[in-house]
Write a protein that binds this ligand. Structure first.
Ligand code: ADP
Ligand code: MG
Length: 323
């Protein structure tokens, strides 16, 4: 059954969540929220377009989950605590068989991360999902891209390259075994490092989320901070699923690891005196944090491989990898 725009909003997106800081949510011309004194608003938005950001046969539930989590990943990289989201939805038709699972998963994901849907827009058009996420940040605890200094240590959370490997499995229509299924799940169900971001922001001044691959995203930090880095390839954390899927570590496609997108892990830059605090957060959150390199004065990104051979990437020429 085809639904009208207003019925659709009424039925699926009206009044979910119960945050006390929402003065007015879905239903009026604007949403109104209160911002606690002493905190600032962090705002980010990301669009997912059918066929560009996800394969066309991706399920409505996976799309809903990802539309929220990619935005929460940006808040995490800032050290912001997620609070509210808006949803601008462009749909080719009001097909309830698609909208119902989409809305269910969307509302469930919002609840999981304690963010409330406070407004949006619904139009007819090619399938495209835009979420805006807003969070609260302490002015003194903001992780910015321009905060890296020579001598700082570079860490990443989790493992890299998994989502890109998952995408390749889908694109090449490979049969997915257990490892393959896990890699595809990393692509479709990113787990934004919200808790990690908020916890480390106390002493970590510089971070980025890895959405376009380590080389490109670390490159953004280096460009903004006017410095370079050395990264040790053999320290880059790989999942056992990726290693086994690739047969062994020597066979891993490093392009996936260094330049593949959709990891949504955090790359953190900390001064050496704060490294032990990072390790503490790692044990509190159960999340692996790995030191992969160091910030340097010289403005290039050097990747050192296991034999000690250096590959120099003049920045910002990280597109080398994607060509
Ligand atoms: P307006 O024409 O004033 O922009 P709309 O008719 O577009 O209002 O939307 C009515 C209400 O429903 C607004 O509060 C808007 O924020 C909300 N809304 C519309 N689409 C969505 C959506 N997909 N998700 C959440 N809220 C929505
Ligand atoms: Mg509108």
């Amino acid at each position: 059954m085809a639904l009208g725009e207003f019925d659709l909003i009424q039925q699926y997106f009206l009044s979910h969540g119960n945050r006390t800081d929402v003065v007015l949510g879905v239903g009026d011309d604007c949403a109104v929220v209160s911002i606690p004194e002493g905190r600032q608003l962090a705002v980010t938005t990301d669009t997912l377009v059918d066929g560009v950001h996800f394969p066309s046969d991706t399920s409505a539930r996976d799309i809903a989950h990802k539309a929220i989590t990619v935005n929460l990943s940006d808040l995490a990289a800032m050290g912001a605590e997620p609070a509210w989201i808006t949803l601008a939805l462009s749909l080719p038709q009001a097909n309830e068989n698609w909208i119902r699972p989409f809305a269910d998963e969307f509302i469930a994901t919002a609840a999981k991360y304690k963010v409330q849907l406070i407004g949006g827009d619904t139009t007819r058009g090619p399938l495209s999902i835009t979420v805006q996420a807003m969070g609260l940040v302490d002015p003194e605890r903001m992780m910015r891209r321009d905060g890296a200094r020579p001598g700082d240590a570079i860490y990443v959370s989790g493992t890299l390259g998994d989502a890109a490997a998952g995408l390749r499995i889908l694109q090449q229509k490979q049969a997915a075994d257990e490892n393959g299924a896990w890699l595809i799940k990393q692509l479709n169900r990113p787990d934004p490092r919200v808790e990690l971001g908020v916890k480390v922001a106390e002493y970590c001044k510089c971070a980025i989320d890895i959405s376009d691959g380590l080389a490109a995203d670390l490159g953004h930090i280096l460009a903004a901070s006017h410095c370079g880095a050395t990264v040790y390839k053999d320290r880059i954390p790989l999942s056992h699923q990726l290693v086994e899927h690739s047969i062994n570590r020597d066979e891993v496609d490093w392009e996936l690891v260094l330049s593949g997108g959709d990891d949504y892990e955090l790359c953190l830059v900390v001064t050496p005196d704060n490294e032990n605090k990072l390790m503490q957060v790692s044990s509190e959150t159960g999340l692996i944090l790995t030191r992969i390199g160091i910030i340097e004065q010289q403005k290039s990104l050097t990747i050192v491989d296991e034999t000690g051979a250096k590959q120099l990437l003049d920045h910002p020429g990280y597109e080398h990898f994607t060509q």
